[in-house]
Design a protein. Sequence first.
Length: 256
Amino acid sequence: MPQVSAVIITYNEEDFIGKCLDSLIGVADEIIVVDSFSTDRTEEICKQYNVKFFQHAFEGFRDQKNYALKFATYNHVLSIDADEALSEELRKSILEIKGNWEYDGYFVNRRNNYCGKWINHSGWYPDKQLRLFRIDAGTWGGLNIHERFILRKGNVAGRLKGDILHWSFVSVTKHIEKMKRYSEICALEYHKAGKKSSFLSPFIHGFGIFFRTYIINAGFLDGKEGYIICSMSGKLAYNKYRRLYILNKQKNVPQK
């Protein structure tokens, strides 16, 4: 039976890390935490559990997660974020897989909680994530803000029952703050990758994302929260392409 290393990256996650670690007990054979020098009680809480705790300056989500994999003792890894936890059904699914590991990686649905409400539509569910995998089967890739574990050619993924529970935002204010930060980082990542934006791109992408999430992905069924989420998604798209348009016109902006 393969043993599993749970790998988590953290920064100021005192509100959720305990819930995350509790859900891993009995499932993970070791827990690795790589912290970006938190200033709250994250380290204190982690050390109340049987975890291997390391600190490393934040390099972006993709690079930080690849760095954290270096500390895993076992080849089979469960990647989970500090503001997430395993549902009971997912815990059972992982325990079953440990007894009959068939694929190189496994996709899991992520269910997001927004301001206290579980979201079932709005492009937020099912939020398919590849989170259980063999280290030698792939690597974290994509942009440093939209990272994903990518299996190498020839490797095959399966699917697990159960959800990763994600407490995405506790307030609209927190959502706005994160959206502003993400739009800046995303635009710079796009610019480094050589992506272009025209004057109309912010409007096209902003409206397109809102229409897709609110109408096509039935965000209206999530009520008030669904409208806020879809509006924020559209605004994020607008802001990052607007910022990218500005960066495209500037000189001496770092390129890839």
